[in-house]
Design a protein around this ligand. Structure first.
Ligand code: SF4
Ligand code: SF4
Length: 159
């Protein structure tokens, strides 16, 4: 019941499509393969990144380790490479506390296979299919009903 309420609130109030399940296993993967979305775009330009480092504290903790078709790839220097633990865990930024969020998928990212979290669609494919079938059925009924009404009014006019 609680799960149903949670799903309802997420879908209808927060307009979310996914629900996060599982828990962090502390593998550190999400701190070593990072894309940065600034406003509406994923950072691709090193010069832009250097400029942003002056403006945002968290950016100065990131180091460029490569790039791909999506954009620049960073690692966070706050990650202890040996223990895979965050060295500033208590003060870590809000974005790290909220990870993973569904916006990750919107920017083309995915969860690491090692990640202990899973992002599950709130509404299953089966339910989406059922809903759209119901919608098509209702639309068909309405179309037939209005066509029948038009026919009847045409016949009345003729009389
Ligand atoms: S601040 Fe900590 S949790 Fe956030 S990316 Fe860096 S190492 Fe990971
Ligand atoms: S990838 Fe997932 S399991 Fe690994 S540290 Fe990040 S949140 Fe935790």
């Amino acid at each position: 019941m609680l799960d149903k309420i949670k799903r309802f609130i997420l879908a209808n109030i927060f307009r979310k499509n996914y629900i996060r399940t599982g828990k962090c296993k502390g593998c550190g993967e999400c701190c070593t393969h990072i894309y940065v979305k600034h406003f509406k775009h994923v950072l691709k330009d090193e010069k832009e990144f250097k400029r942003l480092q002056y403006l945002f504290k968290f950016y100065s903790d990131l180091e460029i380790i490569g790039h791909d078709e999506l954009g620049l790839i960073f690692k966070c220097t706050n990650l202890d490479e040996e223990t895979k633990k965050c060295k500033i865990h208590f003060w870590r930024p809000a974005i790290c506390r909220r990870y993973p969020q569904e916006e990750l998928f919107a920017m083309g990212g995915t969860l690491s296979d090692k990640c202990g979290y899973k992002m599950q669609p709130i509404v299953s494919f089966k339910d989406v299919l059922k809903k759209s079938q119901r919608k098509i059925f209702r639309t068909n009924i309405l179309t037939r009903w209005s066509a029948k009404n038009n026919l009847m009014s045409d016949e009345i006019k003729k009389k």
